[in-house]
Design a protein around this ligand. Structure first.
Ligand code: ASP
Ligand code: MG
Length: 408
């Protein structure tokens, strides 16, 4: 018997028919012998419409507390309809909103972007939600909403129902979290921008976070902070009315602790190679030529960056000689590159954390201690969840220590 959290997004409950289909899929899952917890968003664009109404009626004079209370109505409506629909199909259900004594999601009083109190939430889930599913009742919980210590309604930020689903999944020890939405899964790119986009069968948490932050709005990136590695998760389309349909599985993460930055310095020395030429940005296919040559020799590139007149590449020291040779061949055979230099020995320090997404000044806090200690940064690259710093090998240990002391 599995515990399943099913989250229905606004579109998936956008009409009466869809609500019924969603409720039926929940009941089918329950009939298979599973325990199901339902999390629902506001119907369709209810939240947007409420914001528009407030803008027109009150404008900037609305307080955050008032606005949170108004936005909450969307989810308070949808849980009532969903729960009643499930009951109409013959299974016991209870809706739970922040005014209910069984409400589980406890937060601080930052009304529109509330921070979750994990301990209180865990306690409330154990006390109330677990009890309900053990009694064979299907709880239908408002997504997006929280309650602070004073009993006021808060919200988890736009799109926050995904966060609710993974949070509740984590606290209840779910076997699976299913996000039911208006796309068939995660696509290889935005299908509105490229018609060759295809659905991915699988994606890792780390990839998903990077993707979400570059504009793919399938899932709230913060939701995955609560994804335990051993909880299955997938994104599926509402159209099938079936929670067992295949969509995109989300696997991982490979690291678990929240609020933890993993900082590592790779053991090996790296070497830096700079390929130089004039006006490289406008010369097509240069990077492809370089990486192809290197690839033919089976060498891994640890970092690459491009500038107007040079392309810098990092290799393990033991590979650098070979890379130097093949790339030098490339330089002298064509007329697009002028020269190549093999530079100093480099240390590579990499930092990985979920928290990079929403921490302003993270780069500054990495570079400041290095600057204060006269350590030169040879190269720095960053993505949504990772920052990689390259420094001179002789500075490596010190830089690693300084960064660790500053950030951990
Ligand atoms: N209804 C909220 C919103 O539109 C939360 C959600 O749908 O996830 O932002
Ligand atoms: Mg959403």
């Amino acid at each position: 018997m599995a515990i399943v959290v099913a989250k229905f997004g606004g579109t998936s409950v956008g009409t009466g028919k869809r609500i019924r289909k969603a409720a039926q899929s929940v009941v089918n899952e329950y009939m298979q012998g599973n325990k199901v917890v339902v999390v629902v968003s506001a119907i369709n664009k209810t939240t947007d419409e409420s914001i528009k109404l407030v803008n027109e009626s009150i404008g900037n004079n609305v307080t955050e507390k008032q606005l949170a209370g108004i936005l909450a109505m969307g989810e308070m409506q949808s849980v009532r309809i969903m729960s009643a629909t499930i009951e109409s199909l013959g299974v016991k259900s209870e809706y739970i909103d922040p005014f209910n004594s069984k409400w589980p999601v406890i937060t601080d009083s930052n009304y529109l972007n509330a921070k979750i109190d994990r301990n209180e939430t865990q306690r409330a889930v154990n006390e109330h939600i677990t009890k309900l599913i053990d009694q064979g009742i299907i709880p239908v919980i408002c997504g997006f909403l929280g309650r602070d210590m004073e009993g006021s309604v808060t919200t988890l930020g736009r799109g926050g129902s995904d966060v609710s689903a993974f949070l509740i999944g984590h606290c209840i020890g779910a076997d699976e979290v299913i996000i039911v939405t208006d796309v068939k899964g995660v696509m290889s790119t935005d299908p509105r921008k490229l018609n060759t986009a295809r659905k991915l069968d699988k994606i890792t948490v780390e990839e998903m976070i990077d993707l979400a932050n570059y504009g793919a709005q399938v899932l709230h990136p913060n939701a995955l902070r609560f994804k335990d590695p051993n909880i299955k998760a997938k994104i599926i389309s509402y159209e099938y009315g079936d929670l067992r349909v295949q969509g995109t599985d989300i696997v991982g993460p490979s690291y678990v602790e929240d609020d933890v930055i993993t900082i590592t310095k790779i053991e090996d020395k790296l070497s830096v190679l700079a390929v130089v030429g004039e006006d490289l940005m406008s010369k097509q296919g240069i990077i492809a030529e370089i990486t192809q040559k290197v690839n033919e020799k089976g060498l891994s590139i640890y970092g690459i960056s491009t500038g107007e007149s040079s392309i810098t590449l990092f290799f393990k020291e033991k590979d650098a000689q070979k890379a130097h040779e093949v790339l030098h061949d490339l330089v002298i055979k064509g007329d697009r590159l002028s020269s190549i230099s093999l530079g100093q020995k480099i240390a590579m320090i990499s930092l990985v954390s979920h928290d990079f997404i929403d921490t302003p000044g993270i780069i500054a806090s990495i570079t400041k201690p290095l600057h204060d200690n006269d350590i030169n940064i040879v190269e720095l690259s960053s993505s949504q969840t990772a920052v990689v710093v390259f420094v001179d090998w002789n500075d490596g240990d010190k830089a690693y220590k300084l960064i660790k002391e500053t950030l951990q």
